[in-house]
Write a protein that binds this ligand. Sequence first.
Ligand SMILES: C[S@@+](CC[C@H](N)C(=O)[O-])C[C@H]1O[C@@H](n2cnc3c(N)ncnc32)[C@H](O)[C@@H]1O
Length: 480
Amino acid sequence: MKQLTKQLKQELINFDSIEERLHFLKNKYEGETAYIVTCGPSLAKHNVDELNERLKDKLVISIKQGYNVVKDVADFHLMNTYNFSPYTWKDDTIVYWSLSKSYADEQLNRIIEMSAPIDLYIPVINPPFLNATQTTQATCNWDDFYMMETHTEVKHGVGMMYELAIPLILLLGCKNVVVMGWDLGDPNGKPEDLEHSYNHNVEKITRPQEGEIAETMRSTDSLFDWLKEKNIDFKILSDESYVSSKFDRMQLSDISSEKQKEKQLLPKHPNTSKYPSRLFDSIKVGDWDDYFLKVIQNVNNVDGCFVEMGFGQGDSVSIIKNFMEDDGVDIKNRDIWVYDSFEGFPEPTKEDYSRRNVKKGERTHPESIAYNMGIPKNRVIKGWFENTLIDNIPDESIAVLHLDCDLYESYKTCLNILYDKVAKGGLIMFDEYMSNTQATNFPGAVQAIDEFFNDKNVNIQVAQFDNEKVQKFYMYKEKK
Ligand SMILES: C[S@@+](CC[C@H](N)C(=O)[O-])C[C@H]1O[C@@H](n2cnc3c(N)ncnc32)[C@H](O)[C@@H]1O
């Protein structure tokens, strides 16, 4: 499950109407691969632990009983009241219901009586509002998938894939999709023979009509062409699916688990690749306080102020302030300048693309946090760096520059404008650079730093925390 989903679910409840909620979700998962888990018989063939490990931290959209298999990692659960079996929903999953337009009120009441969560629901246009020749699988008018963005309705098609899952992934902005358990069933078989991944009894209120499954199967040929035209990569994870053979098939082992992905994305060590001259000296530090103390004490003799680019909620500045109060290091007499939009991140650029998926506006904190820490208002600089670094640069040199702004353009702007202001022997701290996690999540920051120092002979050092996982990078500007 994605951290983003937990956050979105909290925000979703602030909207009163379904229209607003759907609108709010638009393109929120752009760049993510959507893993749809529906409950055809092939789903039962996977090792559940392996499936969950591989789907951990991915965008997972479960359909009906598929939820029981991937409950711990499911972001969305798509539901209707037909063939219903009870679920114990997790608080974080976004539960999305489809209701037959002709019985919408009864079905809604039934969900409310069951005390089931409802984060979203949508009417499905069913008979008498349409007939058998007007369904999605009959018409193959795939643009109808976009209907819910404008009409807050969807068209009936056999199965939740056509009614909810595909329209939803389009709304969320996903261009890569993997579907498991979408087997459809033998086109010559009878609807009552249709198998599922689960074998417990569910109340069978409805089954597809004679011929509907075969019609759906045939429609997937044209669906493939449409998805291709829309540049959507759609793969089937099943070796017994009747969905068109034009779709690529894949295996569970083709989905890299987080552990494997970390390994694949290991950044190249600069010493062994593009930047041979940038040697890393390593120091050991205990914790954050120890890190700041050890690296800042070396600039005791350097004149200048402390500047932080990316104040956020002030965690790092509060450590610095403690030094000033404890007299541990001579930072006491330095002015502190902090810069932030206080409206969160700007729009990331292509260089920032990563699974961390930073979003514009994320990490919005009020500037009052800085005032409450005693930083004078004229040194709390609100706005986008590219604007504020024109007229609001400290009038003295910088002894410590703490860069904690995560994104390519932000790092570039700060380095381009402030590097010359850093005093000789001054310290530059990079909150994100070359540790595995930093490089994986913030490739734009790494690229900006590498590009900026490409033609400069600098020595970037690493502080290795006692807790082996954390590494922080910093450098001292050469005394000339
Ligand atoms: C990771 S947070 C900083 C965390 C902070 N140092 C702390 O310890 O709490 C990154 C901050 O950088 C700010 N930021 C990033 N790029 C920016 C830009 N171009 N202009 C203004 N603020 C920016 C964001 O608003 C966000 O608050």
